[in-house]
Design a protein. Structure first.
Length: 85
């Protein structure tokens, strides 16, 4: 996806009042980059970078579990799957 389209998609997702798409997953890469840069500039060890990475992966894991559970629940109810992107 082009950078301009990503910005438009993020802005449009702000008006998703049913919360079917999560913007948090789109920001995890940016958050991780910022944490790595801050930890390197602050002289922290790579252990803290590893902890940050594990924490962000756990956050993403919970979102993915939620998305997959929604897909399974809709399939069990006979509904058409919604777009998860």
């Amino acid at each position: 996806m082009l950078p301009g389209l990503i910005v438009v998609a993020i802005l449009l997702s702000q008006f998703d009042f049913s919360f079917t798409s999560f913007i948090t997953l789109r920001f995890l890469k940016v958050i991780y980059i910022v944490l790595v840069v801050i930890s390197l500039l602050a002289g922290l060890s790579l252990f803290y970078v590893l902890l940050a990475r594990i924490y962000l992966e756990i956050v993403e894991l919970f979102f993915r579990i939620g998305e997959n559970t929604t897909i399974l629940a809709r399939a069990a109810a006979g509904e058409a799957p919604a777009s998860t992107s």
